[in-house]
Ligand binder design. Structure first.
Ligand code: ADP
Length: 511
């Protein structure tokens, strides 16, 4: 079946050409059979003409043709004997064997016939007879149903009759004196036709079969070449399709990047402008003489300026670190430090919001050999989010424990939480659960992307447990000794981290 499919073209050609060859064979056979029949009948007529002009004519006299030869006369008997011995039973004439002979007068009277019952009878003069009297030899298959052929019916299944014009003058150019009609057995003629036709048909058949046999391997080879070419073309088309798909994906990616860039520019400008506007507003208010002696308001405004400044600083810091990380301009810088100091430093550095932060370090922590700036940046971002996405008076916790060479830092808030189906996306760059223009919380969606990158650079993992309206806990597990460091306490080592990044990042949503 597979072979048939592979060589469909050959099979089609084989069947198509077979049908064409059979059709050609049939048409040729019909045409050739027709030719042979014509030739056979022409030969029969020529034989009849020969018998008449070269054998029978010399036996006849003008007296025989004047009126019907009397049936019981000696002349009739003589002529009948001559016809029987020299024509009907002539040795060697089986092919165009003559079975009857009649002599016709112009008016349709049989002047003589080898069957005496016919001599003297008169029949309506037919077209054939008239043409023969006009000088033409006319032949055709005998219609045995005609009255003039009543006595010929017993002579054979099929007869061929030839009307031969008879001229008694020796030059053979004078008027036609009578017409001799000879009936020949068609069996002999048919045999002649058949033998010629058989020879030609066999030759034709063998020729066509040989041509067919020669053409088939050619078609087979051509089909193989074509199917190979087809396969190559299909392969090329497939490759082009793949390339096109890749190209389209790249274009879509570029479009998306372009869109993100525009979104980012809009959001970042807005996020920069909001704290700046507030800072400028508070500063102008403070300059007014009315507030010169108002200690309480001054303190409140200055705190607000500090809060907005911190927000600005955090934003610009995130942008800078992200950009430098991408450029590879911020390698991991390993040095020993106290993780507790780092955590407390970040918590205290959050200004007035520090009041809401509870640092939980139950047992003293060992020293860490890693990048302090990276660790602080991770904690700062997680704490900033915890404070941002919870009520202004609710408490947030940052805790740390150490076990089996790892430091586990967790940041917990009791805020809005994250819907389960969003959790997997919050670490994507610029992704925000609520990114509408009317959103409650500021930000540009860069913090967790940066946290993810930094945790990876530190060789750690991060996961989140969260429940909408109940709050979230982000847990970061970091190796106490950075994987690139030998473990020996050293002053400082710089490592380009991009080479050994192994993302073990995971996220989990608690329900
Ligand atoms: P953003 O600048 O918006 O804070 P982040 O990358 O830090 O960007 O956070 C991405 C999104 O994840 C936030 O917009 C917020 O929807 C969600 N998210 C992060 N931290 C918290 C949290 N502690 N509680 C609730 N949602 C959070």
């Amino acid at each position: 079946m597979r072979l048939l499919r592979e060589h469909r073209l050959v099979v089609r050609f084989a069947l198509g050409s077979l049908v064409a060859f059979v059709a050609i064979g049939l048409v040729l056979s019909v045409a050739v059979a027709h030719q042979f029949t014509e030739r056979g009948e022409e030969q029969a007529a020529a034989h009849a003409a020969f018998v008449t002009n070269s054998v029978f004519r010399f036996e006849l006299s003008a007296a025989d043709l004047r009126a019907p030869v009397p049936v019981r006369s000696r002349r009739h008997a003589e002529l009948a004997r001559f016809v029987r011995t020299r024509i009907l039973e002539a040795p060697g004439s089986t092919l165009f064997r003559v079975v009857r002979l009649k002599i016709w007068s112009r008016n349709g009277t049989v002047l003589f016939a080898d069957d005496p019952r016919l001599t003297g009878r008169r029949f309506p003069a037919e077209e054939d007879l008239r043409e023969a009297f006009a000088g033409q030899t006319v032949g055709g298959v005998t219609n045995l149903s005609e009255p003039e052929n009543v006595f010929e019916r017993g002579l054979g299944d099929r007869l061929f009759e030839t009307y031969v014009p008879l001229r008694l003058d020796t030059a053979g150019v004078g008027p036609v004196d009578a017409v001799v009609e000879l009936y020949q057995d068609y069996g002999g003629i048919q045999r002649q036709i058949d033998s010629g036709f058989r020879t030609l048909a066999v030759t034709l058949l063998v020729g066509l079969a040989a041509l067919y046999v020669v053409l088939l391997p050619l078609a087979f080879r051509a089909s193989r070449t074509l199917s190979e070419q087809n396969a190559r073309l299909a392969e090329q088309a497939r490759r082009l399709e793949d390339l096109l798909e890749q190209e389209q994906a790249r274009v879509a990616q570029l479009r998306e990047l372009n869109r993100l860039k525009s979104d980012f520019v809009a959001v970042a400008s807005h996020e920069l402008r909001t704290p700046l506007t507030a800072i400028i507003g508070y500063a102008k208010t403070l300059r007014q003489p009315a507030f010169a002696g108002d200690e309480n308001n001054r303190e409140e405004f200055l705190e607000a300026i500090e809060r907005q400044g911190d927000r600005l600083f955090q934003l610009v810091e995130n942008l800078l670190v992200t950009s430098r990380l991408e450029d590879g301009a911020l390698p991991v810088s390993i040095a020993p430090f106290s993780p507790e100091e780092a955590i407390r430093g970040v918590a205290d550095g959050l200004g007035s919001a520090s009041r809401r932060i509870r640092v939980v370090v139950p047992v003293p922590l060992p020293k860490m050999h890693s990048d302090r700036r990276f660790v602080e940046q991770v904690i700062r971002n997680l704490l900033a989010n915890a404070l941002k996405f919870s009520l202004a008076d609710s408490e947030c916790e940052v805790g740390a424990t150490a076990a089996s060479g790892s430091l586990t830092i967790s940041v917990t808030d009791h805020g809005i939480g994250i819907p389960a189906d969003e959790v997997s996306r919050i670490f994507d760059r610029f992704y925000q659960v609520d990114s509408s223009s009317t959103r409650r919380f500021g930000g540009i969606g860069l913090g967790l992307d940066l946290v993810k990158t930094l945790v990876q650079a530190l060789g750690g993992t991060i996961e989140v447990q969260t429940e909408p309206s109940r709050g979230s806990t982000f847990t970061v597990v970091l190796p106490l000794v950075h994987p690139s460091s030998s473990g020996e306490p050293r002053n400082e080592t710089e490592v380009a981290y991009s080479g050994w990044w192994k993302s073990t990042l995971s996220s989990r949503a608690s329900t």
